[in-house]
Design a protein around this ligand. Structure first.
Ligand code: AMP
Ligand code: MG
Length: 421
């Protein structure tokens, strides 16, 4: 078959992303912000550290007093006060004196160094110091990490635990983030029955809705509707309406996008004129539907129609739907992480189509020395067939073999999109 009329994967990604506009920012308390994408650049409101403070439990001293201290010639200092973390005290002291100080306590104005308790006899009320600290030793200076006004985080990063805590340290209580997109998932197919249900001739367990709902959640989006419909146009239209009623801002369909006699997604959505049916130069995943559902005065709702073979569905989600969900969240990085790996064995590759091959990473013991690139092999022994759902469960990712590569041999470098963590 001619491949000249197929769209490239990149062109379809671009088509999809062009239709996605980041959701309006919402202001959330920091305690609720974890996992969301930051909507604004954030600058610190505080110097970090906020004030000069002790990095150790020990003694705040005047450096001149202890400059000559050593094990042979220890120096005795009289302790005149104690400051703990949280104390507002600023005890003044003079030559020959010291203040007991705890980690995080503000440095007394009279002091210019801290002697850790380990370098003393810990005596009280007179402490004997047996090492000489550098001037300024063990003092964390105000602003040495960040100055008020310095950039902390940029818009488009996802808020990890460490990033949320950095925002707190920078003096914020709330932050503007993009909320999770609301997604509806509908599987189509008259052969599909609920998992575990007894199977009659011609029936199979429905699995794509679990796959898609899980992948939606892995993309930090919310599932608001999940359903399975038979290959029936009225049933699909009714279910689409229920998905929109449930608040779906994106609808993901599986199955029924090819040219079969009962391909219900194509039969139902093609006549609307707002959903395109495309053929993409990829394997698996060639037939792809994408477009907009319009209802009344509502904003249009993006709808994806993915091919129903479970591996095709999974690959199509990673290639097109996940980037779209990331763009809606304003994420700068819309792709899963990719690594450079080495094929442990060869496999068959289609000509003139990008191949997404489910692969497993071999154990660290098997790492290739040169550059320490991990070895991968196909997750299924059966080859690249898009119906080999069993291999998906084993796969750590997809080797992405470019359209102009006609062969993968053992030892060849391959790019792998990681999907399991
Ligand atoms: P389709 O894209 O509708 O032509 O389906 C392609 C193949 O994937 C057929 O063998 C279907 O039975 C299977 N399939 C479609 N949808 C699902 C689903 N939700 N769960 C499991 N298998 C499916
Ligand atoms: Mg079908």
């Amino acid at each position: 078959m001619s491949t000249g009329d197929l769209d490239t994967v990149d062109a379809h990604v671009a088509r999809v992303l062009a239709a996605m506009h980041p959701l309006a920012p919402v202001e959330l308390p920091l305690a609720d912000a974890h996992g969301h994408v930051l909507a604004v650049d954030v600058r610190s409101r505080l110097d970090i550290p906020v004030f000069d403070n002790s990095a150790m439990d020990g003694y705040a001293v005047q450096h001149a007093d202890v400059a000559a201290a050593s094990t042979d010639r220890p120096v005795a200092l009289r302790i005149v006060a104690e400051v703990a973390a949280g104390s507002a005290d600023d005890p003044l002291f003079g030559a020959g004196e010291a203040v007991r100080i705890m980690t995080g306590a503000p440095m007394p104005s009279s002091a210019d160094a801290v002697v850790p308790v380990e370098h003393t006899d810990a005596g009280h009320p007179v402490v004997t110091v047996s090492t000489s600290p550098r001037p300024g030793a063990h003092v964390r200076r105000a602003g040495e990490d960040l100055r008020a006004g310095d950039a902390v985080l940029s818009a488009g990063v996802r808020l990890t635990a460490a990033r949320v805590s950095a925002l707190a340290a920078a003096g914020l209580a709330h932050v503007a983030v993009r909320r999770a997109p609301r997604v509806g998932v509908i599987s189509t197919g008259s052969e599909l029955v609920a998992p575990g249900h007894p199977l009659e001739r011609g029936q199979i367990p429905e699995s794509n809705s679990l796959l898609l709902a899980g992948l939606v959640r892995e993309a930090s989006a919310d599932i608001v509707h999940v359903a399975t419909v038979p290959d029936d146009e009225a049933a699909l239209l009714a279910e689409l309406a229920r998905g929109l009623d449930a608040g779906a801002e994106v609808i993901v369909l599986s199955g029924g996008v090819s040219v079969g006699a009962h391909d219900v997604v194509k039969a139902t959505l093609a006549p609307l004129g707002t959903v395109g049916f495309h053929r993409i130069a990829m394997q698996p995943g060639k037939p792809q539907a994408f477009g907009m559902l319009h209802r009344g005065d509502d904003p249009p709702t993006p709808v994806f129609g993915l091919p129903g073979n479970p591996v095709s569905t999974a690959v199509s989600f990673e290639a097109f739907v996940r980037p779209a969900l990331m763009r809606l969240q304003g994420a700068l990085d819309v792709q899963r992480p990719r690594i450079a790996a080495i094929a442990a064995e060869g496999w068959r590759v289609p000509s003139a189509r990008v191949q997404f091959m489910p692969v497993v990473l071999l154990d660290a013991d098997d790492l290739v020395d040169a550059g320490s690139r991990p070895l991968v092999r196909p997750a299924t022994r059966g080859g690249a067939g898009s119906h080999l759902v069993g291999g998906l469960a084993a796969a750590d990712g997809y080797a992405i073999v470019p359209a102009d590569v006609d062969e993968v041999r053992g030892g060849d470098p391959v790019t792998v999109m990681l999907v399991a963590s």
